[in-house]
Ligand binder design. Structure first.
Ligand code: DMJ
Length: 722
């Protein structure tokens, strides 16, 4: 049965429910420096070794306070039955239990989905086969049924998840071809289960949510003597738990949760686990500078420098943990979470890097950058993403992050945006040796988060038609949307360029020598000049070029294809989400169905080329008679989806790995792209960099950005030709 968006969603005009606010608000007595809830003084929690002390005290016998402030332990609700009645009561309770379970089970919509999902793999395979038929290729539906298309995404999720659940339940990694799981740390840390949880909520897969929830309650423990990545653990695990808390409390219809019965996982489970994990991760921030170490030992909470890169952390990793810790601070009232991550932003900004563009490595001890490599691909990407998202998370109350985002976007346009030789595709290039050295016209798949993020920054998440009516709207915002559209098209081109229709990990572009930079071609652009009121040539840029379909060229090698070079070592496809993510934002914001259509083509390519297929040869006795052709046919079904080692060949070379972001991000963004625009409204949420939606809220009290940028020298914003 198909899922209908719930009709009776309460008013969420304030995304942070008042009830939730008062529920978690710390009492005055406990809110002493943000640590009272843990029964610790400030001095106990500072210094490198304090993480270990904090944890041993916190989890030790002497604990007399709940896991986080103001949340009482739940006293048993039932009193013990008297001895004489016990046996009778057991029988009655047993009968009730059986009746209840039966009614509950039979009434669950999701159970029907599970039942039908046993056939889903086979249906999906038949559907994939039908896509290649001539009739299907030429079929032009009168009206596209997006509801049905998003159900297909759900089917793909169900097959991916069920394969994992069957063969590798509880493991952190999954190999869908060999059907094997593997832990990343001794007892596992819920890498796949926690990362995928909120997608299942969004898809209303309630029985699977309950399975995940039970596992989190019964099996997930963080007190393991093992190093983990500070960043990955924050965005995937902490982000996943927090988003599960947010969705299950804000949209209970999507993800009903059972009561807080003693011994059963209750509504506090996610936040309790999140707080436990965050306390362990906090030790990573106890470096001399406050910049987090790349790794942290979960048991001792001691930060560990990177084993590579001269001990430096990745800039993106150090600066993309803020949304998660800030939301946790808001939920718990603990300023310590906020302050730890806020400090990092000051350390990086204090260095006044040119035009807001940062090198991709930073030393945790000194807070200094390492090298001059500047890019928005790996190790650089989400620093920029979290600038604008921190501004939106706190309901635009903290202009410092908007200022940093605007400056960085100007820097991007000035130093990194160039155009291809033949088709004038817009490219977001790199500067591996600094801003005044050679340009490298290369785009990691990872940079394809940017078109969507630019559009998000321009409208704040509002539909374009609404945002344009705002008094703040001007030529600069128009140009931002234009740039977002151009980059979106380039990302789409990287998909169309391969044999499978799936983008490689890295794409190089043909550009002129010297490259035509945006700053040279459109020097009067508001994005370059920072002059937000002056209309520029850029705004009138050839819009036809943007809307010209890439796949419609007649000649054998269309001009845009001549602009694209894919190197042999970059042909892998890890089922990454960034292009789907940007399509989701672009559709939500512009309302242009073209982005949904592109997404649908991409989705079909994923299903077709990343599916793991099993075929049963019919056994001789299955054929009832010689004319029973059906039973003689081999039966195939899809049993999972995998990364590819080579996406530029058909059939592709598979890799036997399903990344957790396939479930957490890629399929979630496809599902949301094909959903109605008001489903999980963009203007009420921010998605963290792992696609976990978190609410926007108004900062207050200690939970504020209480630092100022160093005064910048007035620079001539007009760029010199390079
Ligand atoms: C995800 O884990 C996150 O989106 C991260 O910010 C970058 N890369 C992967 C997915 O590609």
């Amino acid at each position: 049965m198909s899922f209908q968006p719930p009709q009776n969603i309460p008013s969420f005009s304030s995304s942070q429910r008042p009830l939730e606010d008062s529920y978690w608000r710390p009492s005055a007595a406990k809110n002493n420096g943000g640590l009272g809830g843990y029964g610790l003084s400030k001095s106990q929690s500072s210094g490198v070794g304090s993480g270990a002390r904090r944890l041993s005290t916190f989890f030790g016998r002497g604990r007399d306070l709940p896991m986080y402030k103001d949340k009482p332990y739940f006293a048993p609700r039932r009193t013990a039955p008297k001895r004489v009645q016990r046996q009778v009561l057991y029988v009655i309770a047993g009968l009730f239990l059986i009746a209840f379970v039966w009614v509950w089970f039979a009434s669950r919509e999701d159970v029907r989905n599970v039942r039908s999902s046993t056939a889903t793999g086979e249906e999906l395979w038949n559907w994939v086969q039908s896509l290649d038929s001539e009739a299907e290729k030429t079929k032009k539906p009168k009206r596209i049924d997006w509801e049905a298309r998003r159900e297909k995404v759900k089917d793909v999720f169900v097959v991916s998840w069920d394969g994992y659940a069957k063969h590798a339940w509880g493991y952190d990694e999954y190999r869908p071809i060999s059907k094997k799981g593997r832990h990343m740390i001794e007892d596992g840390m819920g890498w796949i289960i926690v990362d995928a949880l909120d997608t299942m909520m969004i898809m209303n897969l309630t029985s699977r949510v309950q399975d995940a929830r039970d596992w989190i309650h019964n099996s997930l423990r963080y007190n393991q003597d093992h190093d983990v990545s500070t960043f990955e653990t924050t965005i995937r695990m902490l982000g996943g738990l927090l988003s599960a808390h947010y969705l299950s409390t804000t949209y209970p219809q999507l993800a009903p949760i059972s009561d807080d019965d003693v011994g059963s996982p209750g509504e506090d489970l996610y936040i309790e686990k999140a707080t436990d994990l965050a306390d362990r991760l906090l030790g990573a921030f106890e470096s001399r500078s406050g910049v987090p170490y790349a790794s942290v030992n979960l048991n001792t909470s001691v930060g560990i420098p990177s084993h590579a890169d001269g001990g430096a952390s990745s800039t993106a990793e150090a600066t993309s943990v803020q949304l998660e810790f800030k939301y946790l601070a808001k939920l718990t009232g603990e300023a310590e979470y906020w302050e730890a991550v806020e400090k990092v932003m000051k350390v990086v900004d204090d260095q006044e890097r040119e035009d807001g563009l940062l090198p991709i490595f930073i030393y945790a001890d000194t807070g200094q950058f390492r090298g001059e490599n500047i890019r928005l691909g790996s190790r650089g990407d989400s620093y920029y993403e979290y600038l604008i998202k921190q501004y939106l998370q706190t309901s635009k109350q903290e202009p410092i992050y908007k200022e940093m985002w605007d400056e960085a976007l100007m820097g991007i346009c000035k130093h990194l945006i160039t155009y291809t030789k033949h088709a004038n595709l817009t490219v977001l290039a790199e500067r591996p040796d600094g801003l005044h050295r050679a340009l490298l016209p290369k785009m990691d798949h990872l940079v394809c988060f940017l078109p969507g993020t630019i559009a998000l920054g321009a409208t704040g998440g509002l539909p374009l038609s609404v945002a344009k009516k705002s008094p703040d709207w001007g030529p600069r915002q128009d140009e931002e949307i234009l740039l977002a559209k151009e980059l979106m098209k380039t990302c789409w081109a990287t998909y169309l360029a391969t044999a499978t229709g799936l983008a490689p990990e890295i794409t190089y572009f043909e550009v002129d020598d010297p490259p035509r930079m945006m700053a040279d071609v459109y020097p009067d652009s508001a994005l370059i000049k920072g002059d937000k009121d002056q209309p520029s040539k850029y705004k009138q840029k050839d819009l036809d070029l943007i809307s010209q379909p890439l796949d419609a060229a007649d000649d054998e090698t269309p001009s845009w294809k001549k602009d694209i070079n894919i190197h042999a070592q970059d042909v892998h496809n890890l089922q990454r989400p960034e292009t789907a993510e940007s399509l989701f934002y672009m559709y939500r914001i512009t309302g242009d169905e073209m982005y949904r259509n592109w997404g649908w083509e991409m989705f079909k390519s994923f299903v077709k080329h990343t599916a793991v297929v099993e075929t049963d040869e019919p056994s001789p006795h299955e054929a009832k008679d010689d004319n029973d052709d059906e039973s003689k046919k081999p039966r195939s079904r899809i049993v999972g989806f995998t990364s590819l080692s080579n996406a530029n060949i058909v059939p592709p070379v598979t890799r036997d790995n399903m990344e957790s972001f396939w479930l957490a991000e890629t399929l979630k963004y496809f599902y949301l792209l094909f959903s109605d625009r008001d489903f999980i409204p963009l203007e009420e949420t921010v998605f963290n960099t792992e696609a976990h939606p978190l609410p926007r809220f108004k900062p207050s009290g200690d939970l504020k950005t209480r630092w100022e940028r160093k005064p910048r020298q007035k620079k001539n914003l007009q760029t010199e030709s390079e």
